[in-house]
Design a protein around this ligand. Structure first.
Ligand code: SF4
Ligand code: SF4
Length: 666
């Protein structure tokens, strides 16, 4: 394509034009770096974290989440709006480079041949699509005003800049074509469409319009750039790296062991903002304040003082305020508000169930569970401050290896009369059945453990138990921030597994499952851990000829089996084998979007004093499917949902059953 770029700018001397452009670019770049540089230095200064494992998986994940905008489409309209603007942004990056190039080198003629034609076709198509998307975004922010969004003047300014860039781009091409009707601009169909409308103007006016479009384009682009690092629109820069470095390539919450032996380590957990790792601070810079996390959060919905979005915004603002002091090593910073109990209330931190619903929804992969646990570690280990109920639980875990204080020498009493072997190192069975504290001590839990035993036996699984040697995995201590206690309990169990040559474990508790599967490798044991739902799905005979019940069944996903370990189908399969076709249902909040029962994150130990109960909320959602049976694969969910049904006087109408109980039914 033959663009005589030089002649388009006669009104500015060819020497002056690059100079003016150069000054503008320098000013904008200086401003951009001035705001960006301290943020970058802080990221380099804070604790490290290895987020480089699985590079190929990370690339694939980044392509899906960032470039294809996979998570955005959970909401169709907003998803398309954002995706079009994002894809347009990628296309217009090249266009911006082209604009600056012709500005600096007006005498050079570019000819990209066929590729250029293709590019111009896409570029013009995206001018239309991005303009429509930006107009819709403006309408949304000014008229619809969705509650979850943070609305700000800056958001409007950014959209107006996008519209100005689109408009000036089309006008630039149209001006050129109006002035040179014989010149070929194949591909640039929008410019060709507008050009005839400009021919009503005199040539001088067209030249001015063309030049004005050029300068409008570069000035808006440069101004847009300067706004990014100091605002929530910084996510335009950080979101792709944030997705690349995100969690999710191994199961669980990716909580890591603290090296308590290291005498140089002065602080445990996070009680100051600079104690977060670089990735957790990058998260803070990446939040778009879209509020999708808030919509999913069961704690917020039940009236707890926890808005995940606000938590991120508060941490980010605190980080920005502290940054100059941190870079100067300023002792005065201690006069500012404390992070724990000041910037973030204790109750906010304790309200989280670590369910991960916010993370599932976040389109830029911001992590919450590990930050909340970091803050809890700070509260427990550094400030010795935690809810009163945890004091007894910590003591019981330490002395009896269960959170309720039952004698550890009675741990295996539930198994009496069930003819279960105790693990024998010299004559091991294929699986160790890890029962967990709930199955060992809680009356309802014991019934579930018994049902698990029967179902494993019917499926022909060879298993034995540790008996009174079993101890708590430490999961409640870790989620409650008492990493020291978790370390103690996990080390003890890991030693026992090594000593007894345990390699394959089956468990029915998703919390034990998650901990043993994802967190024990750091304690020197590589375990092959399976949830009983997967084992039953694989081994138990499918009930083709069995009698079917007419019960309507709805399955409730446990957060630690589902979202944190992506096991969704196996428990459904086991739970509904004996159900007549058409009698199973799914509620909207299921699978990845399943809602927490309120027990996670150690919250089963706490009184729910603020707001309504999360378990009541969950029962309300499940009751929308009018079930006779709520099928569950977590003993803690069973307790929470049964209590909620009792409180709502629904317990005579609806029953809650573990999947193994359903598998054993005639
Ligand atoms: S993990 Fe669950 S409870 Fe915690 S902030 Fe996220 S959605 Fe809310
Ligand atoms: S954390 Fe994620 S989901 Fe929540 S407001 Fe920020 S970008 Fe949106």
């Amino acid at each position: 394509m033959n663009f005589p770029q030089n002649r388009a700018f006669e009104w500015v001397s060819q020497n002056l034009q690059p100079f003016v452009l150069g000054v503008l670019v320098l000013l904008a770049t200086a401003r951009f770096l001035y705001v960006l540089w301290p943020k970058w230095r802080i990221l380099r200064q804070v604790p490290g974290e290895d987020r480089f494992k699985y590079p190929l998986k990370r690339l694939g994940h980044t392509f899906r989440i960032a470039f294809l905008q996979a998570k955005m489409f959970k909401e169709a309209k907003a998803g398309w709006m954002h995706a079009l603007i994002f894809w347009g942004f990628l296309i217009f990056l090249l266009r911006a480079a082209w604009f600056f190039f012709i500005g600096f080198f007006p005498a050079v003629e570019l000819d990209g041949g066929g590729l250029e034609t293709l590019y111009f076709f896409f570029k013009d198509s995206f001018i239309v699509l991005v303009t429509l998307a930006a107009i819709y975004a403006l309408y949304r922010r000014t008229v619809e005003r969705p509650e979850r969004l943070t609305l700000s003047l800056e958001g409007i300014v950014i959209l107006v800049l996008i519209l100005a860039i689109m408009m000036s781009d089309a006008l630039f091409d149209a001006g050129w074509q109006a002035r040179n009707p014989q010149a070929s601009m194949s591909g640039a169909w929008l410019g060709s469409l507008i050009a005839p409308m400009l021919s009503v103007f005199e040539v001088t006016a067209i030249i001015h319009l063309h030049n004005m479009a050029y300068w409008m384009h570069v000035i808006c682009t440069l101004y847009f750039m300067t706004l990014l690092p100091g605002s929530k629109h910084f996510h335009i820069v950080t979101s792709i790296p944030n997705v690349f470095f995100s969690n999710g390539f191994e199961g669980g919450n990716q909580l890591h062991r603290i090296d308590f032996e290291n005498e140089e380590l002065e602080n445990y957990g996070v009680s100051k903002i600079e104690e977060f790792s670089w990735k957790k601070l990058l998260d803070l810079h990446t939040c778009t304040e879209c509020g999708r996390c808030d919509v999913a959060c069961p704690a917020l919905a039940s009236g707890k003082p926890l808005s995940p979005k606000q938590l991120t915004v508060d941490l980010r603002d605190h980080l920005n305020n502290e940054t100059p002091h941190l870079l100067d090593n300023d002792p005065q910073r201690s006069d500012g508000p404390l992070l724990l109990g000041g910037i973030i209330n204790d109750e906010t931190i304790w309200s989280c169930t670590t369910c991960g619903a916010c993370e599932e929804e976040c389109p830029v992969m911001i992590e919450y569970v590990n930050k909340v646990v970091d803050l809890r570690r700070g509260l427990v280990l550094m400030e010795n401050r935690y809810p009163a109920e945890f004091a007894n639980a910590f003591k019981s875990l330490e002395t009896q290896s269960n959170p309720w204080g039952f004698g550890s020498n009675t741990r295996a009493d539930w198994a009496q009369g069930l003819d279960i072997k105790t693990w024998d190192k010299n004559n091991p069975t294929e699986y160790l059945y890890f029962v967990g504290c709930n199955g060992s001590f809680d009356d309802r839990g014991k019934k579930i453990a018994t049902a698990v035993v029967h179902s494993l036996k019917s499926a022909g699984v060879a298993f034995s138990i540790l008996g009174n040697d079993e101890g708590c995995t430490g999961d409640p201590a870790r989620r409650a921030g008492n990493e020291y206690l978790f370390d103690m309990l996990a080390s003890k169990n890991a030693e026992l597994f090594k000593e007894k040559s345990v390699m394959k474990i089956v468990t029915h508790c998703p919390h034990c499952f998650n901990s043993l599967k994802n967190e024990y490798a750091e304690f020197g044991v590589e375990l092959d851990v399976i949830h009983h739902s997967e084992l039953l799905e694989r081994l138990a005979p499918h009930g083709g000829g069995e009698a079917k019940t007419t019960d309507r069944v709805v399955y409730h996903d446990s957060c630690y089996l589902g979202r944190h370990n992506e096991i969704y189908d196996a428990p459904r399969d086991v739970a509904t084998r004996k159900t007549e076709p058409g009698k199973t249902s799914e509620v909207e909040a299921s699978r990845e979007r399943g809602a927490c029962c309120g027990a996670g994150g150690g919250r089963f130990l706490l009184e729910e004093k603020t707001g309504t109960r999360m378990s009541h909320q969950r029962v309300d959602q499940l009751m929308e499917s009018n079930p006779d049976t709520i099928a569950v694969s977590c003993p803690f969910c069973v307790l929470m949902l049964e209590d909620a049904l009792k409180a709502k006087n629904l317990h005579d109408k609806v029953r809650v059953k573990d999947i193994s109980e359903l598998a054993n039914e005639p």
